[in-house]
Ligand binder design. Structure first.
Ligand code: SF4
Length: 325
């Protein structure tokens, strides 16, 4: 079997208070693997650890955060033990990230062409006419018309959809092996979002990229992903192929997330939502972190943390309901 492009093994990323007296387990024992050409969707409510998982992969964590355990294997090499100069070689060339707000990624003081050129110059050492040709090719690839004109313009001269596509062009400019899209379509209206997702699929098809899609949007997961990881309170509580997640979810939290998706056919006065709030990770509940909100909670759930149970082929869930089945 081919080696996965990326494999996380029991990754733990914690935040420490200035005095070191309080610890927040933002990512707590997360494991998954992605092969070339595959897309993993990571879903969950805000604060569940989705973004900290992706910034851990890139080792772009805030000063209060530290990876305290586990491995991040990229093409078999552990990123956790790499030096900062080694990580700089990988970021932007082998592993890239597209963020929610393109204006956060684009510098208003530089032209689009200069911003696309930068990673290619640094990582691929391309210069002159070849570099200009590559910029135009990338702009054409993300369906930006008149690339020779657009490359001389500034971000404020573009629409939101164009800016997001340009961020996508920068993301793939050095032909990375792994692209992480963190809520990359949230700021787009639905029509542009659909076009952008098609574009990313097309790019993935052409370059055999592995992708991680971090999203709140279950519809995007259904359209884009091969496998899904559901995060809650820093843990991956369920992981399965996308069809399995939709047809037979095994964790009560996944069931609740799917139930909260509005139906186009059923009439309702009120949208259904999951009762209660995600746990405060500075003071998490004992046992299963979902138990205060779980309609199926039993006594044991209030005191013992459930391990991963194998539910089916490539399907795991952290829920006591699956013990001994
Ligand atoms: Fe619910 Fe218990 Fe399963 Fe947690 S372990 S999801 S509380 S049934």
């Amino acid at each position: 079997m081919a080696q996965p492009v990326l494999e996380l093994k029991q990754l733990q990323t914690y935040f420490f208070s200035a005095q070191g007296t309080r610890v927040v387990k933002a990512v707590d024992g997360v494991s998954f693997a992605i092969n070339q050409g595959e897309t993993l969707g990571i879903v969950g409510e805000s604060g569940s650890g989705k973004t900290v998982t992706s910034t851990s992969i890139l080792r772009l964590l805030p000063p209060a955060a530290r990876i305290v355990g586990g491995e991040i294997l990229f093409n078999g090499e552990n990123l956790v033990t790499k030096s900062e100069p080694e990580m700089r070689q990988l970021r932007g060339s082998q592993i890239t990230m597209i963020l929610q707000d393109p204006m956060m990624s684009l510098n208003p003081l530089f032209t689009i062409g200069e911003q696309i050129a930068e990673p290619i110059r640094i990582h691929r050492h391309m210069r002159g006419a070849r570099l200009v040709e590559r910029i135009k090719e990338l702009l054409r690839g993300v369906r930006i018309p008149s690339p020779e004109v657009r490359m001389t313009e500034y971000p404020h001269q573009m629409s939101g959809g164009m800016r997001q596509r340009i961020v996508g062009a920068i993301g793939i400019s050095c032909e990375p092996k792994l692209l992480i899209a963190d809520e990359a379509t949230t700021s787009l209206d639905v029509t542009i979002q659909a076009q952008y997702l098609d574009l990313l699929k097309d790019i993935q098809h052409r370059s055999n990229l592995a992708m991680i899609f971090i999203t709140h949007n279950i519809g995007i997961v259904a359209k884009m992903c091969d496998q899904v990881g559901v995060m809650y309170a820093g843990k991956l509580v369920e992981r399965a192929p996308v069809r399995t997640i939709f047809n037979s979810p095994a964790h009560p939290y996944t069931e609740a997330l799917l139930h909260a998706v509005p139906s186009l056919t059923e009439k309702t006065d009120r949208l259904w939502s999951i009762e209660g709030q995600p746990p405060d990770l500075t003071n998490p509940p004992a046992g299963c972190p979902f138990h205060p909100r779980c309609p199926k909670a039993e006594d044991r759930c209030r005191s013992e943390v459930p391990p991963e149970f194998q539910v089916g082929e490539n399907h795991i869930a952290r829920c006591w309901l699956w013990e001994g089945r």
